[in-house]
Design a protein around this ligand. Structure first.
Ligand SMILES: [Zn+2]
Length: 352
C-alpha cells in the first residue's frame, strides 16, 4: 500500500488517444476531502456513464468503479494523469457487477479487484460485452430495441470491454487503506443489483447505483424496499457528500428526497398491481398523472415497475436485464414516434 509513482505517464497519455468526445480531461477534487478525486462524465441522462472515485495517497491509488469500455477508461486514465500524475492503482472496488461500473478494470492489471460475494453469485444475469455488441450490431435501427441501443449505448466500443473477476470478495464489511486514507466497504445489496456495496471514506460516501441523482434510476433486482434500506444505510453513516452512481454529487438532503421518491414509486406501483393493471398499463397511468415532474429518463421507470411486479407476484427468478431493456426501449420508442408526430402540440403520452 505504500508503493511510489511507477512512472507510466506516457502509457496513460497514449491510452487517452481514442477518448470519446465530451469527456472530462481532468478529475475534480472532492471539496474538503484530501486525496479524493472524481471522474464525473456528466452524462447522467445517458446510460453507461458512471461516476468513478479516485482515492490517492502516498503514491498509491484505489478506484471505486471503472468505466464501461476501453476508450472511456483510457480517457479517465488520461484525465487522472493530467490531474495528479500516475500513482500505482493497487485496488479497484466494484460497487456492483453492471458493466458500466467494471468493464474498464482490465486496463489496470495488477490491481486487486474487490466485490461482494453476492455480486458474483449470479454469473448469468449480466449481459456480456459480446451480448452488448450484438444488441448494437444485430438489431435493426428501425425497431425499438435497436433504435434505443444505438441512441443510448452507441458511443461505447464493447469490443474493447472485458469482464474482470474479483480477486477479493467479502460479505457485510471490508476495510482497507490507501496510504493514510481509510476506506470502508459496506455491503448493502441486494438492492439495485444482486450484491451492491457502498464505500465510505471519511464523510464522503460513494453510493454506486443504489442512488441516481437528476434522472430516474433503473433497478434490476430490488424490490424497491431494499433500495430504500440501502439509501437509509448511507444516511446512517452521516455523510457530508454523497456520490451517486450516476449524476452530480449531492448531500443527505437530496438523498432523503430520493428516498421519498422511491417510497412514492413503491406505493403507486403497488396500487396499480392491486388494481390488476399490466406493467405497461401501470407505466402509462403513472406517466399520464405526471407524478415525478422534472426528472429525466422517464422510460427507466419501467425497470422499477418490473422489479416491484416481480416482488408482488412472488417471482423469485433472476431478472432478465435484456427483457427489461426491451420493454424500456419499446416505451421510449412509442414516445419518440408520438412526439415526432405531435411536435409543439400539447404533447401527452401514448396509451396502449
Ligand atoms: Zn450504472
Amino acid at each position: 500500500m505504500s508503493s511510489r509513482v511507477t512512472g507510466n505517464t506516457g502509457e496513460w497519455a497514449m491510452l487517452g488517444q481514442n477518448a470519446p468526445m465530451d469527456l472530462p480531461t481532468q478529475l475534480s477534487p472532492i471539496p474538503g476531502a484530501d486525496g479524493l478525486f472524481l471522474w464525473h462524465p456528466r452524462h447522467a441522462g445517458a446510460w453507461g456513464y458512471a461516476n468513478c472515485l479516485w482515492i490517492v495517497s502516498e503514491g498509491t491509488a484505489a478506484l471505486i468503479d471503472t468505466p464501461y469500455d476501453g476508450p472511456t477508461t483510457r480517457a479517465m486514465l488520461a484525465a487522472a494523469e493530467a490531474t495528479f500524475g500516475s500513482p500505482r492503482v493497487a485496488i479497484i472496488a466494484t460497487t456492483h457487477s453492471n458493466g458500466d461500473h467494471s468493464w474498464g478494470s482490465y486496463l489496470l492489471p495488477g490491481a486487486d479487484v474487490i466485490a461482494t460475494h453476492a455480486s458474483q453469485a449470479h454469473p448469468g444475469m449480466e449481459p456480456t460485452p459480446q451480448d452488448m455488441q450484438a444488441l448494437l450490431s444485430r438489431t435493426s435501427p428501425d425497431e425499438p430495441l435497436g433504435w434505443y441501443m444505438r441512441r443510448h449505448f452507441g458511443s461505447f466500443d464493447f469490443a474493447s470491454a472485458r469482464m474482470t473477476h474479483p480477486t477479493i470478495t467479502f460479505s457485510e464489511r471490508y476495510d482497507f487503506a490507501v496510504g493514510n486514507i481509510e476506506v470502508e466497504l459496506h455491503e448493502v445489496g441486494p438492492a439495485h443489483h444482486a450484491g451492491d456495496l457502498i464505500a465510505r471514506i471519511g464523510d464522503v460516501v460513494c453510493a454506486g447505483d443504489v442512488f441516481f441523482s437528476e434522472h430516474h434510476p433503473c433497478h434490476w433486482t430490488g424490490p424497491l424496499q431494499k433500495v430504500v434500506q440501502a439509501c437509509e444505510r448511507i444516511l446512517d453513516l452521516n455523510p457530508r457528500i454523497i456520490i451517486p452512481g450516476h449524476g452530480r454529487c449531492t448531500g443527505p438532503q437530496e438523498l432523503s428526497a430520493h428516498i421519498e421518491y422511491l417510497r412514492t414509486a413503491q406505493r403507486e406501483i403497488r396500487d396499480r398491481f392491486e388494481a390488476e393493471l399490466s406493467a405497461a398499463e401501470a407505466m402509462d397511468d403513472i406517466t399520464q398523472r405526471n407524478l415525478f415532474p422534472g426528472l429525466g429518463s422517464p422510460e427507466r421507470f419501467i425497470s422499477l415497475i418490473a422489479v416491484e411486479y416481480r416482488h408482488l407476484r412472488g417471482d423469485a427468478t433472476e431478472p432478465d436485464l435484456v427483457k427489461i431493456t426491451e420493454h424500456t426501449a419499446q416505451w421510449a420508442f412509442n414516445q419518440h414516434v408520438y412526439l415526432n408526430r405531435n411536435t409543439g402540440n400539447g404533447i401527452t403520452p401514448l396509451s396502449h
